[in-house]
Design a protein. Structure first.
Length: 196
C-alpha cells in the first residue's frame, strides 16, 4: 500500500515506478473551509516583507502563520518583522526537532503571535484559533494551498487567508483557483505600495 496526502506529478511517477498494476483510490479533493475569507495581493517580491508588516499592523490578531517556500525567505522575513516590532519566530528544517517543538509549544501557548514557517507545519498540526494564514509565495502544488489555508477556520470557526502573488506566479495561482472552483478576491495594494 502507498498513501500520500497529495499526488503531485513526482509522487505519481514514483508510484508508477515502484508499484505493479496498482489500484488507485482518490478521495474527493478538499476545498478551503467555508469560514475562510480568502484574498490575494499582486506584489513584487521586494514589496512583500513591508506589505506583510503593514497588513499585520492593521489587524488585531494573536495567532498568525505565514508560509514561505524557502528557509532563507523565512529567516529574512522574521528579521524584517522583528525590526518592524512584530513578535515573530521561525520554524524550518534547519532547526533541531527539540527546537521546532519548543517553538510550536510557545506558539500554541500564545507566547508570540506570528509564526513564519516552511511547509514543515502546513500539515498534521493541530492548533486552534489561527486567525490569519498568509502565503508569502504561491505554493507549487495547488493542493498545498488548501492544506496551508486549512490551518485557519477549523471546527466551524472563521479565519482569513492572504496570498501574495508576484508576476511569475500568476499562472500557478490560476491553477489554485481552478482546483478550488472559484476566483479569489484580489484587492488593490494598501496606500503607499505600487501595483504589481
Amino acid at each position: 500500500l502507498m498513501f500520500s496526502a497529495t499526488m503531485p506529478p513526482k509522487i505519481r511517477q514514483l508510484a508508477s515506478a515502484i508499484l505493479t498494476n496498482p489500484v488507485e483510490i482518490n478521495i474527493a479533493i478538499s476545498k478551503p473551509a467555508e469560514g475562510v475569507r480568502q484574498t490575494a495581493y499582486m506584489a513584487y517580491d521586494e514589496q512583500k516583507n513591508k506589505l506583510i508588516a503593514t497588513i499585520l499592523k492593521s489587524k488585531d490578531l494573536d495567532s498568525v502563520i505565514i508560509f514561505a517556500s524557502t528557509k532563507s525567505t523565512v529567516k529574512t522575513l522574521v528579521q524584517d518583522l522583528r525590526r518592524a516590532k512584530i513578535d515573530a519566530r521561525a520554524i524550518h528544517s534547519d532547526l533541531e526537532q527539540c527546537d521546532r517543538e519548543a517553538v510550536m509549544l510557545d506558539f500554541r501557548n500564545r507566547k508570540f503571535s506570528v509564526l513564519v514557517a516552511t511547509d514543515i507545519v502546513s500539515r498534521g498540526i493541530d492548533i486552534d484559533n489561527i486567525g490569519l494564514v498568509m502565503n508569502y509565495d504561491v505554493p507549487r502544488d495547488p493542493e498545498d494551498y488548501v492544506h496551508r489555508v486549512g490551518r485557519t477556520a477549523r471546527a466551524k470557526s472563521t479565519g482569513e487567508a492572504i496570498t501574495l502573488i508576484n508576476p511569475k506566479d500568476v499562472q500557478r495561482f490560476a491553477k489554485i483557483e481552478k482546483l478550488i472552483g472559484y476566483e479569489i478576491e484580489k484587492p488593490a495594494l494598501p496606500e503607499g505600495f505600487d501595483a504589481a
